[in-house]
Design a binder for this molecule. Structure first.
Ligand code: Z5A
Length: 206
């Protein structure tokens, strides 16, 4: 039996982690075996890679080829150790970011060639795409305000400027033309967004 693979995407502070947790909660209350995970990370090795990727500051010596390979290394381990086994046992896997983040951040925003990004994404993910990707769309200014209001340290990538995140958002909106995506206006309340994602999930899978 094959499970269901759902990913959550959007620029920083769009509310995807909030939505993932709300959907997990709803699925578990309804008796579905659900795995909640994230990228980079999700495994012991992946979380170590995450710490490397997020440490330091914008502009630190960190070449973009090394950066993309670290994201893909985390993904390869994540797929083999956690996501594929869970899907093979029929579970629902909800993942906070997946390979679309690489297309958007390392491809569109950092400028790595799209074919190289695609090749590395397919290799690391064993060619498995999400069944549904929820894109929580919020404009860059609103996301920056949310992050500032949360008073937490901005990690190395979050310290990039608005132009970087505009490129990322535009790329997400283009990717979202694919049928796999469901785009939701992230400026609505968390409850309204949750209702919309829940309805779409039900429409596609139940
Ligand atoms: N990255 C990459 O470059 N390449 C890759 O391949 C991958 C990742 C996989 C880690 O991401 C970084 O890695 C990320 C991209 C890069 N860097 N950047 N940018 P992450 O997912 O761990 O971190 P993040 O993208 O910065 O997200 P976040 O800070 O965790 O935010 P979020 O998950 O989108 O939102 P949230 O935590 O649910 O909510 C943020 C705040 O908004 C919080 O105060 C909430 O209470 C509030 N919130 C949530 N929903 C709402 C609504 N509806 N209205 C108002 N306020 C809300």
């Amino acid at each position: 039996m094959s499970g269901i693979f759902v990913t959550f995407e959007g620029i920083e502070g769009c509310g995807k982690s909030t939505q993932l947790l709300m959907l997990v909660d709803w699925l578990r209350k309804n008796g579905y075996e659900t795995v909640a995970t994230r990228e980079p990370g999700g495994t012991e090795m992946g979380e170590k890679i995450r710490a490397i990727l997020q440490s330091g500051n914008r502009g630190d010596v960190f070449c973009i080829r090394a950066e993309i390979l670290l994201f893909e290394a985390s993904r390869a381990q994540h797929m083999e150790e956690k996501i594929l086994p869970a899907l093979e046992s029929g579970k629902i896997v909800l993942c906070d970011r997946f390979f679309d983040s690489t297309v958007v951040y390392q491809g569109a925003a950092r400028g790595i060639d799209a074919d190289i990004v695609k090749f590395l994404n397919v290799f690391a993910s064993h060619g498995r795409s999400p069944d549904l990707t929820a894109l929580i769309d919020v404009d860059v200014g609103a996301c920056f305000k949310r992050i500032a209001a949360s008073n937490r340290r901005r990690d190395r990538i979050e310290q990039e400027d608005a132009i970087f995140f505009e490129k990322a958002r535009n790329c997400y909106l283009k990717l979202a033309e694919e049928k796999r995506f469901f785009t939701v206006d992230g400026t609505a309340s968390a409850e309204i967004i949750h209702e919309k994602i829940k309805d779409e999930f039900g429409r596609r899978f139940f």
